[in-house]
Design a protein around this ligand. Structure first.
Ligand code: GLN
Length: 261
């Protein structure tokens, strides 16, 4: 009898230990899901991907990032910095990720890793309505002197500067934001602006007397960038993104901001 009681006691103790372990695990799980912050660096002058509505940064990237953070049980914090500083900030770990209508390029891949692509971008050219410029070729033509405005370090800057070669120094003006580049176009300080198509549409809608040329300069993929050693976060974000693409969430967000022509 004593033996049986001892055995039962022993079993109870094992049970208690197991329960305690279970308890600890639950506590750990709760701690894991306690909201950690996901810091996203962007440049909030890139409608409809990111722009201010009052004090708040809204847009396709802001909403897709929010949906990703919700899926991962994280709290999203968006930080607005210069586009040119996003990659360095992500590389040094100051920000967890960069999301800014950012095009995947081989050169950037040397500094950061990219998520799967969530959108397509097109480099477009904005000119005044009465401009003699009809295509990118007119800008690049032998003897042409047209001045071009771009946003510093964007692919628009990289492509047109490459294509103009030696003439770029004198003919390309790099602005901190797309807004500034378009303001220079409106003021007649540059003859054209090379910029992504969706912001181009927003800028043309917001400023009288501008039009977008009917040519696609370059077609590109947008993705989120991460520090090279942060594969854990990249994999988690890719996992969330996959679900959000498959269940139509990403398309719903894109459609909300981009009205089909
Ligand atoms: N898609 C362009 C790039 O990645 C522009 C992005 C931006 O200006 N936010 O360079």
């Amino acid at each position: 009898m004593k033996k049986i009681i001892a055995l039962m006691l022993a079993l109870l103790m094992v049970g208690a230990v197991l329960a305690a372990c279970g308890g600890t695990q639950t506590t750990d799980a709760t701690a894991d899901s306690a909201k950690t912050t996901l810091t996203m660096a962007t440049n909030a002058y890139f409608p409809p991907y990111e722009y201010y509505e009052g004090e708040k940064i809204v847009g396709i990237d802001a909403e897709v990032a929010q949906a990703i953070a919700d899926k991962l049980g994280m709290e999203l914090k968006i930080v607005d910095i210069e586009f040119d500083s996003i990659i360095t900030g992500v590389q040094t770990g100051k920000y967890d990720m960069g999301m800014a209508g950012m095009t995947v390029t081989d050169e950037r891949k040397e500094s950061v890793d990219f998520s799967d692509s969530y959108a397509t971008g097109i480099q477009s050219v904005i000119v005044p309505e009465n401009s003699p410029i009809a295509s990118v070729d007119d800008i690049l033509a032998e003897g042409a002197t047209y001045k071009v405005g771009v946003q510093l370090s964007t692919t628009g800057d990289i492509y047109i500067s490459d294509d103009l070669g030696d003439a770029a120094a004198e003919r390309v003006t790099q602005f901190q934001t797309g807004n500034d580049a378009v303001a220079a176009l409106v003021a007649g300080k540059v003859d054209a602006v090379v910029i992504d198509n969706e912001p181009a549409k927003s800028y043309v809608a917001a400023n009288e007397g501008l039009k977008i040329l009917d040519t696609e300069y370059v077609v590109e993929d947008y993705a989120i960038c991460f520090a090279k050693d942060n594969t854990e976060l990249k994999d988690k974000v890719n996992g969330a993104l996959k679900v959000l693409i498959e269940d139509g969430t990403v398309k719903g967000i894109v459609d909300k901001y981009i009205t089909a022509e």
